[in-house]
Ligand binder design. Structure first.
Ligand SMILES: [Zn+2]
Length: 144
């Protein structure tokens, strides 16, 4: 019971977030409870080790290549926009020309229309799934 009370206070004690009264209360419990004292020692050891960690600087080659990577990514995105936009325009023009051609039998128009509806349905299904997964993907912030 008492240890449940002191669990969160031990972490706050180690982080120096307690007022004098709470600090004295925690110190009093540490003198009577070996389990909580051991937990505090473990947290103090962890804090000390974390404080000694050094942030590594990336090698200079990473900084040298960074602008090229950004430019490559921008050109790639522009390329994708052009490909997708051009393809969409070609498909719309082709569909309109096909649907308006009086020499194409109605049955052929119906079959091709059915294929188009199926393809559009599949594309929308994949896009919807990708959007849903993008919201919960833990790896979206990883730079490639
Ligand atoms: Zn305890």
């Amino acid at each position: 019971m008492a240890c449940d009370h002191y669990g969160p206070l031990i972490s706050a004690y180690v982080d120096d977030e307690l007022d004098e009264e709470a600090r004295a209360d925690v110190e009093g419990h540490m003198g009577t409870c070996a389990a909580c004292a051991a937990e505090m020692q473990a947290l103090l050891r962890l804090r000390k080790e974390m404080g000694q960690m050094v942030l590594r600087e990336p090698p200079q080659v990473v900084w040298d290549e960074y602008p090229a990577c950004v430019a490559t990514r921008a050109w790639r995105n522009i390329g994708w926009v052009c490909v997708v936009g051009g393809t969409a325009a070609a498909v719309v023009i082709g569909v309109v020309a096909f649907a308006c051609d009086p020499e194409v039998p109605a049955l052929a128009k119906g079959i091709v229309g059915l294929m188009g509806v199926g393809l559009l349905s599949l594309l929308l299904s994949v896009a919807k799934q990708r959007c849903r997964e993008a919201k919960t993907d833990p790896y979206t912030r990883i730079l490639r």
